[in-house]
Design a protein around this ligand. Sequence first.
Ligand code: 5AD
Length: 333
Amino acid sequence: MNLSSNNIRHLLTTSDPVAIDDLFEEASRTRDEVYGRNVFMRGLIEITNHCRNNCLYCGIRRSATVHRYRLSPEQILQCCAEGHRLGFRTFVLQGGEDAWFTDEVLCRLLEDIKRRYPDCAVTLSLGERGRDSFRRLRDAGADRYLLRHETADADHYASLHPSEMSFDHRMQCLHDLRDLGFQVGAGFMVGSPGQTVDTLMKDLEFIQTFRPEMVGIGPFIPADGTPFEHERAGSVELTLRLLAIIRLLHPHVLLPATTALGTLHPTGRERAIMAGANVVMPNLSPQDTRTLYSIYNNKLSTGSEAAESAADLRLRLQAIGFDIPDTRGDYEK
Ligand code: 5AD
């Protein structure tokens, strides 16, 4: 497929259904060539919704009036035990930027998880930290780190974040993580306020040059109590096109079919897989905290989104011709 910037712009904007079907088909075939018809499963543990940041889009931003919680290390280990029993071999510890989770607390937790589950990968998704902190987490056993870049356009970044956050620091973190030997995940929301075809082209250029091992993209969904609560949600269709384009630009990338897609469309995640995605991240958090991790409205937390329904998810994926292998699902060079 022609992946010149002109053609990518065309694919992002065309209403020609044949061109889009071809795009999805070729992306799906490309994924098959690298990873086979496998979808890797990650158990998502939302460890805290405390956050020191005030991102304009996010439902757990500092100034949002949501009930705050954090899981204890014991609760997190309990989630891992349950996840391991259900067949998960990657645990993703995700949370807001919460100073309670010091390097000491996280390192001890990582060492405990790795000792109990040496066959598992641990991914962290805890926002920006200093290079020394990242190094300690890596030394304690963390394998991967997800930190979405949110947008590769500095002005757009500034319009989504308060002035104390900086695009340059975000990029610095991503480079530090890469240097320290993490498998790194970047990514962005589709349809965030102020996004244009031009900013999306910058996101795609960034992905092509940085080549993150993982790219998380999902539609923007307004969150109550945020400055963007009345903005329109991003488009499922555009998200699927972007997933497919990213697969073609970076064939080895690990590409999740995100919860946000499943939230906006009942078969959003299946459609993502048919468009080239190859990761699903069911929720392993304790039942009673799931609804509190409300980064956007109506976030799915039950049904096939829940880790307990791993068997159901497996059936749904088998129905469209995919297997969930019981491996860590590392990036394949
Ligand atoms: N809609 C969709 N995604 C969101 N995120 C945060 N807020 C929203 C929202 N309102 C995404 C951001 C962040 C990730 C954890 O969730 O991209 O990096």
